[in-house]
Design a protein around this ligand. Sequence first.
Ligand SMILES: [Fe+2]
Length: 215
Amino acid sequence: MLEELLNESRLTGWAVGQGTLAEVRLDAAMLRWTEVPTRRGGPSVATLRPVDQTEAQPNSLSARYGKGPQPLHTDGAHLLNPPDIVVLTCETTSTTPTHLWNKMRGGPYVQGASDLVRHGVFLISSGNDSFFSTAYGGGRLRYDPGCMLPCDARARQAVQFFEQEVGSATQHQWSEPGQVLLIDNRRVLHARASAVHEPQREIQRLSFHLNREAS
Ligand SMILES: [Fe+2]
């Protein structure tokens, strides 16, 4: 199932299937993908629930945006080696869609923003190991306004660009139980829509590094 979804995602950057968290983990193990915890020392499976600013993990998007709409981002942007693939599963259904944005068009080209994402410099806050990076480099996107501070004019323009782009993102609707959404975290930005109306929403997330030899 996971291999099929990865193949399907080559065109758009994401793919939707049906399955359970256990099936995803089993498939990933067979493909020799490596699970990546997106929080240091944290579990590799995360249960995502809408939380208010006050109950959120420090430096998380929820700490800044609470249950409101999230900005477009990649997962694990604070990591030197962010996950390649993010898999979200929902056992039930949810009325809060996930926005998906992919305008990479197969290369280092983002319409209207190529220069900004390749040259604008951000400071990535990652505890004691902060570092500088652009939003695009080495064939992948890295962007999360929650942990990336723009350091120059082009980076600030990149932030504005991504803020505007949420309007042109595709909405994934969690309309059937047991959906699996595979996101290529190297070239797709995602964001949860406002979940103020759905505080009970529960999504499971697994993040992976691909087996480089096979991929
Ligand atoms: Fe995310």
